[in-house]
Design a protein around this ligand. Structure first.
Ligand SMILES: [Zn+2]
Length: 391
């Protein structure tokens, strides 16, 4: 299932190629005919992701809410703007993609020269200009928590650009900057749990293929949605009500208040922390991969009741999520290992098997202690963890 970083990237794609333009909306499959009729002919005003949900605003106070769920995907075609992270990956990226992203410009199957290599973007991410970092609001007056044992690898809060300010993110590392973004060109781009791009051939717009729930079409670009869990038209008050039920998303709000809301919610509950992290009312955007990896990075037993998670650890989890989400949005990859050598980093970006501490590593020796990584089922989902480091 796409985790928060994927949904933020999809919202950014809409911002690049759809926002500010009148949109023809239809439902080739027919299941969303009524909703499409409401949207048809309106200008798209904004594209916004909150956790795993996306909200597209149209003029007249009408919104389209989409949750991709497990099977949902957006297919873009026409004049599509791709950024350096997509181009350097040869248009193939994502958690389940074995080839993954490399920073080797030679592998750019699209033939487009990548102005910014992925490595620059990945290394640069979170290591924003000092001025940007300095301008970021401090989440708590005591500064970022330090790890007494030195075992954990939480990001320093100071490493984060101000996520509330898109310009800060874009300018700091250039995901949306002139340097890294390509001119719109005829392309196809699938965005779901993975991303895949290629050249578009044939007429525009292409005939819808398969069960397209909604098609959004401008003069130059088209986006087809297939297989979503949710696709509905809402008015502003309804959007507010949906968002009010969601936990904080650090890419939208990394304020001290948002952090406190997360910490307070976690430390009130008897529920195991592994379930709380994936509860979208507690915190937005975390899925199975980030959950497992964050708990390992915190050296935290997944079964620890929220009540028994220390304030220090709860704050560190929030800040680690802010760091990982920001990195994921910039690179399109769920990179959860830090401090790698150049060679190991290249390997990790190219292959998910080298990218994670515990996720999908059941039975393999822990990278730190050598104990076999355990797979168990919790709340109907697979949970991966190291019984020694996370004892
Ligand atoms: Zn271990």
């Amino acid at each position: 299932m796409p985790e928060g970083h994927s949904v933020h990237r999809i919202a950014r794609q809409f911002a690049r190629n759809f926002v500010g333009r009148p949109v023809r909306a239809s439902s080739p499959q027919g299941r969303f005919a009524e909703g499409a009729a409401v949207l048809d002919g309106r200008e798209m005003i904004a594209a916004r992701a909150v956790g795993k949900q996306m909200f597209l605003e149209f003029d007249g106070g009408v919104w389209l809410r989409v949750h991709l769920g497990i099977y949902g995907a957006w297919d873009f075609a026409g004049e599509i703007t791709t950024d350096a992270t997509i181009r350097s990956a040869g248009g193939r990226m994502g958690q389940t993609n074995q080839r993954g992203t490399t920073d080797d410009v030679e592998t750019d199957a699209l033939g487009a020269q990548s102005e910014g290599t992925l490595d620059e973007i990945a290394l640069g991410s979170g290591r924003a200009d000092a001025s940007v970092a300095a301008a970021a609001p401090a989440s708590g007056s005591s500064g970022a928590p330090r790890n007494a044992s030195g075992a954990t690898e939480f990001a320093d809060l100071a490493d984060l650009a101000d996520p509330a300010d898109p310009a800060a993110i874009d300018d700091a590392d250039g995901e949306d900057s002139v340097r890294s973004i390509g001119a719109p060109r005829r392309a196809r781009l699938r965005m779901a749990e993975q991303e895949k791009a290629g050249d578009e051939e044939g007429d525009f717009p292409p005939e819808p293929v398969g069960a397209v729930r909604v098609r959004l079409l401008t003069d130059t670009a088209v986006a087809d949605l297939r297989g979503p869990t949710a696709c509905e038209v809402l008015h502003e008050a309804q959007v507010d009500a949906v968002i009010a039920k969601l936990g904080p998303d650090p890419l939208l709000d990394n304020s001290a208040e948002a952090e406190q809301r997360f910490v307070d919610t976690v430390r009130k509950k008897q529920t195991p922390i592994a379930l709380l992290l994936m509860d979208q009312s507690v915190v937005s955007g975390i899925g199975n991969v980030y959950r497992a990896e964050m708990l390992f990075r915190a050296r935290l037993n997944p079964h620890t009741p929220g009540k028994q998670v220390t304030e220090y650890t709860a704050r560190a989890l929030w800040r680690d999520w802010a760091y990982l989400l920001d990195l994921g949005v910039r690179t399109g990859q769920m990179m959860t290992m830090d401090d790698l050598s150049d060679a190991d980093r290249a390997k990790a970006m190219a292959n998910r098997a080298d990218r994670h501490w515990v996720y999908k590593r059941e039975g393999l020796p822990c990278r730190i202690c050598g104990t076999h990584i355990v797979l168990e089922e919790l709340g109907g989902r697979k949970l991966y963890w190291c019984p020694k480091d996370q004892a």
